[in-house]
Design a binder for this molecule. Structure first.
Ligand SMILES: [Zn+2]
Length: 297
């Protein structure tokens, strides 16, 4: 299916409600927060029971159940949290994303969703499953998802959310009605000043990197806050680089994913285990340096 023109994609999606011609699968691509918000609104609208007018109406029983509230964090292994959750506490609205500590949406999450969708709808109406972070489904998980898209349970709609459609297998894409949100204006993506420093790490030797980490000595609260910022910027920068590499066709990004996981562990060590900020900065900077040096080689 051809992607829809960027002109008001939200209206196009909501128009499906009015015409009553709802597809069994959609792929919403574009800026992640907006795409997620649109997918959630669409899902809530599909189960809203208002006879006419704006949906979600925010007044019917269904809308009250699907209204935003604190939702549990997912855990892809199911050990410290659920594999999927509901939107609000609506039993027919499902939401899947990466677990809080995962770099991938795991196949177990897709299987759990499939199992839930094989059961009968709780309210007897439509069911909707939003799969956010769809760019982080590995090919095994995408193939599991493909089976769901090929034989969708009755009255069920799956909404995938990813920054770019191209990151998904063509077989998955072709099953979806595509909704493309316009890119954000460029000023929203101004680089953080630390990024230039991160980008230059690959050309430094280990000793020079350790010198950089000396900045994070001294008063612990202040040093910890600075390292926290360093880790945040580094993780976001690395995620963006990795997504760009994947978009450009690279499949060898295990080192990137591994480092992303280590950055997250370092952040936790800093916060929860009171790790020494300078040591945390050293490990993060050396990890980035090694990765960049390898990639440049
Ligand atoms: Zn409603």
């Amino acid at each position: 299916m051809e992607p829809t023109a960027p002109a008001d994609p939200a209206r196009l999606l909501m128009g499906a409600l009015e015409s009553g011609r709802v597809h069994s699968a959609y792929l919403v691509s574009g800026p992640v927060e907006e795409a997620r918000a649109l997918a959630r609104r669409f899902a809530r609208s599909l189960v809203c029971s208002a006879p006419e007018g704006e949906r979600p109406c925010e007044e019917c029983l269904s809308c009250r159940r699907s209204a935003p509230r604190a939702e549990p964090a997912l855990d892809g292994s199911g050990r410290s949290g659920p594999l999927y959750r509901h939107i609000g506490d609506h039993p027919d609205l499902f939401f899947v994303e990466r677990g809080a500590d995962d770099t991938r949406v795991r196949i177990g999450q897709i299987r759990a969703l499939q199992a839930a969708l094989r059961l009968r709808s709780a309210e007897g109406g439509r069911r909707v499953a939003v799969i956010a972070d769809a760019e982080w489904l590995n090919s095994e998980a995408q193939n599991a998802l493909l089976r769901l898209l090929e034989e969708p349970p009755p009255e069920t709609t799956v909404v995938l959310v990813a920054p770019h459609a191209a990151v998904l297998l063509a077989t998955v894409r072709s099953r979806c009605q595509r909704i493309r949100l316009p890119a954000r204006p460029p000023e929203a993506t101004e680089p953080h000043p630390l990024e230039a420093r991160l980008a230059s790490l690959g050309s430094l030797g280990p000793d020079a990197v350790l010198d950089l980490a000396l900045e994070y000595r001294g008063d612990r609260a202040r040093a910890a806050a600075a390292v926290e910022e360093l880790l945040q910027v580094a993780a976001a920068w690395l995620a963006r680089r990795t997504a760009e590499a994947v978009r450009a066709g690279s499949t060898a990004v295990d080192d990137e994913l591994d480092l992303h996981r280590r950055l997250r562990e370092l952040r936790r060590a800093l916060r929860v285990r009171n790790a020494n900020p300078q040591m945390v900065a050293e490990r993060a900077l050396l990890g980035l340096r090694d990765l960049l040096a390898t990639r440049a080689a």
